[in-house]
Ligand binder design. Sequence first.
Ligand code: MRU
Length: 320
Amino acid sequence: MRTIDWVDGAVELIDQTALPGELRILRVTSVADLVAAIRSLAVRGAPALGVAGAFGVVLAAREFADDPAGLAAAVRDVEVARPTAVNLARGVRRAAARLEDGFDGVLAEACAVRDEEIAASAAMAALGADLMVDLCGGPPRVLTHCNTGGLAAVVGGTALGVVVELQRRGSLAGVIASETRPLLQGARLTAWELEQAGIEFRVAVDSAGPFLLARGEADAVILGADRICANGDVINKVGTYAHALGARRAGVPFVVVAPETTVDLDTPDGAAVEIEDRGAAEVTAYWAAVNPAFDVTPHDLVTAIVTDRRVIRLDRGEKP
Ligand code: MRU
């Protein structure tokens, strides 16, 4: 089942706010509803956001066919719906570049974005599984953070796609999924996907991750990215940096799996990235809160980045 697709004239997506309680499909026909779905995290995860962005331009091309100013504003609304994952703006810009070719041209481009993300997931699964066994000297016990499965892409996923591939090969020795406060992408979505795949796992509170690594309960950390900077800094769900520090301290590999569409060579380092602030309400209704949705992991803490085309060994001085 695809997380997001173009079906009979509308964007259909799995409403990730309803999981794991309910597998609900949202049928989106307007730009405003798609922007709302992106902002509410009904659709989320960097590769899925890229596809959502491209299909958003398809919706805009239909809705504002006779209104060039409205069309430009609608395309911009989709592009800036969330700031951190570079895939969203990329997907939008790629589809928007075909606006001169009319609705059919934009739709063809958006479908190409979707198909390329599907192919990238398969390529990352194979490359990443090889690397994990290599780095860990055998079937690894992994610790993962946030949600990086098919729900975050179209099918397959990034880091969780590697985990599923390891299981398929009989080369997986255990999984710990961090809860991922405050919206529980790990406890709700990763846990649901692992259960669907028949993979045994345990959920840990985020703050336990570094301690579990120190206690030798995982052989590697594997997770995704929302943006990878030219110097190798990795922007991903808040809590990633703490897991990188824990991995370094425990002496285990810290592996980032993301498609090339997440590599942003125009951004020199993590300091240049806008970190989405999702506001206090998600954390607590009772007192003031600070709620950054992503963090920056310095490149010197990353062992390797796996994309659909390359393994970049940052531990050997290679750069994206
Ligand atoms: O706020 P979210 O749920 O969109 O954050 C998603 C993440 O941080 C993922 O780890 C990242 O997008 C990689 S997904 C393959």
